[in-house]
Design a binder for this molecule. Structure first.
Ligand code: FES
Length: 132
């Protein structure tokens, strides 16, 4: 879009446009490891959540039933040990809900509570086995 067209827009709209453009140019890579060892890497824009990336790309084992409302546990993942110190700690509601998940460990997180940031580009998460 040319600058001539943008020049007639309000300052607020221009800022909004900049945010949209930056989001589109800042996709974050997330690698999902299935219980059988298969891996797949997908991208999502900064501001989305790991659960969104999984659901948008049909990653098996992540359902996201509550749509990110932190009420269902169907987005349970294990953070790869190499990434644990780069992920923000879970808040109290997430920690409480995780206590009901199958296969909980100290690397457990809800993918819907993991917001994509530049620092998380290349994040690796494991999908817990349903039997663990
Ligand atoms: S999608 Fe329901 S808790 Fe994450």
């Amino acid at each position: 879009m040319s600058a001539a067209i943008l020049s007639g827009w309000s300052r607020e709209f221009d800022r909004g446009y900049d945010v949209v453009m930056n989001t589109q140019n800042n996709n974050i890579n997330v690698t999902f490891i299935q219980p059988d060892g298969r891996t797949e890497t997908h991208q999502g824009p900064i501001g989305d959540h790991v659960m969104d990336v999984a659901v948008d790309n049909g990653v098996a084992g992540i359902i996201g039933q509550c749509g990110g409302g932190c009420t269902c546990c169907t987005c349970h993942v294990w953070i790869d040990p190499n990434w644990q110190d780069r992920v923000r700690p879970a808040h109290n509601d997430e920690t409480e809900l995780l206590s009901y998940a199958i296969g909980v460990c100290d690397r457990s997180r809800l993918a819907c509570q993991l917001r994509l940031t530049q620092e998380l580009d290349g994040l690796v998460v494991e999908i817990p086995s349903e039997t663990e």
